[in-house]
Write a protein that binds this ligand. Sequence first.
Ligand code: TYD
Length: 211
Amino acid sequence: MSGGLFISFEGGEGVGKSTQVRRLAARLQAAGREVVVTREPGGSPGAEAIRNLVLNGSADRWSPVTETLLMYASRRDHIERTLRPALERGAVVLCDRYADSTRAYQGAAGGADPDLISALETFILEDVRPVRTLVFDLDPEAGLARALGRPDAEARFESKGLDFHRRLRAGFLAIARDEPARCRVIDAAGDPDQVEARILDALADLPGVLG
Ligand code: TYD
């Protein structure tokens, strides 16, 4: 994608991604880059409407396969309306969650068929794929305690229990292990300055990002 740079932020609940997305955006803007900060599910009006369906309600409102399809419907709208245009303009796109969240939440933790998810990646993502993915890693008990402390109504996934969140962590770590060129595991323990330093390290080899 000409000139643009796509970085995704992934991990379980309460790992501190959003704070770090904001910090990195400010740093890149100060360096003169156009930065688009976005999130999934969501990031375009249609995708935000689907977000409301999928994140609210009881934990068993949707099956993992139905969730996968809803996530991919919202992702396709996000790609068409937000991500592809931004990357074609040459922007740096910082995306809070992307396709790896479907692999980990609906696949590894939820039990949806990985072949279904791979097929959707092929047909729906096409070439809109991150060049670098930061996988925030934290003990799920610590992450859930942080996430449940937030005044946040969208808690469907937070309410799924510790076993689900253990499978989720293993799912993210497996993705990082399988795709070492794209993924970097970020230790999300410690204060935000420490985590930010780890992120800068994990991006240092990308040409033109941090000067
Ligand atoms: P959000 O409040 O943005 O959570 P967080 O701050 O942890 O990113 O809610 C996003 C939720 O949606 C989160 O619980 C993970 C879930 N999700 C999936 O299950 N599959 C997906 O493909 C995506 C993008 C998100």
